[in-house]
Ligand binder design. Sequence first.
Ligand code: ADP
Length: 355
Amino acid sequence: MSQDIATLRAHLSELKDPETGRPLGSTQQIEQLDYNGSAIECRIKLSTHSRPVADEFRERIEECLRAQSTAEQVRVEFTPLERPIPPLGQVGLSVKSVIAVGSGKGGVGKSTIAASLALSLSKAGSRVGLMDADVYGPSIPHLLGLSGRPEVINGKIQPIYFENIPVISMGFMVQEDQAVIWRGPMLHGAITQFLRDTYWGSLDYLVIDMPPGTGDIALTLSQMIPLAGAVVVCTPQQVALLDAVKAISMFRKTKIPVLGIVENMSGFICPDCGKRYDIFGHGGAREKAEEIEVPFLGEVPLNMQLRQESDVGNLKAALDDPICSAAMNRIVRATCRQINDRAAATPHGPALPVL
Ligand code: ADP
């Protein structure tokens, strides 16, 4: 039996941790491994950054253990792994992955997808912050039903919290119906303050809702911090896709990697008859993604509940809808997979100490 366990451990050690791409054996993440001839029990340490992909990682572990044994039962349990967060960029953010959500033009559901991404990542168990950088039309407070004025304590802007998600938005600083005119340097200053002077705490993911189209904020961001990448939201029509391609080219020019495309308002499933109507078309973004060799992250159908609930500040309730939540979960997993694949492909520094 000890021979069997040694073999199992050797194979398990080769599996790669989703966050770092390092073999589990090299990072001491195998906390326990027992095999009594018919059942395997194992406990693996996993960081909260990897929580959104925990289910598929569990499957991979189970597959590996079954392939190397005749066990009838395999039980995999994850225990928390605290991994120190190296300060990010010149502002020294305590964030592991910064995700920008952009689009070629307004009205395609970019803010809705950005907020849903943050909510779904948080629901999966990750520590998440949400920064509304759409300074021309800050809609995150409205979608989440948040209001109030951020206080400044010890020189740090205190974000407004949605449950345990810190949120910052120009919408908290100006009245909802007021237009703000931005000059380039002011814009740069506002984004710098949002990033550097906000008390974000320690985060796995900071989701940034970008303004549509323009490149100045993307440029400011890319100069301040290394971004994990950008998610580009578009609708299925050809004209919208052309704008999305422009947004992708803008991100590429500012050296922000593109994690992939999301097709929003992709078809409508009639709640009465269950029939699908492709009002704006369907599948255009997937085809375009293939054509320009960008990952396709998933699609969200037109959904009345999503529109109604987010208009009254209750986006979270809309995500309880099974169609919306399944769609968002697929997008979250695909996004995290892209981030993880990129992390695994970058050369490894010395292994971080496991505390
Ligand atoms: P953007 O940030 O691109 O300007 P928003 O996220 O503010 O777009 O969304 C614009 C409008 O479209 C909002 O009223 C929002 O509720 C609605 N909306 C977004 N996605 C969907 C969807 N999948 N189904 C129905 N309504 C949606």
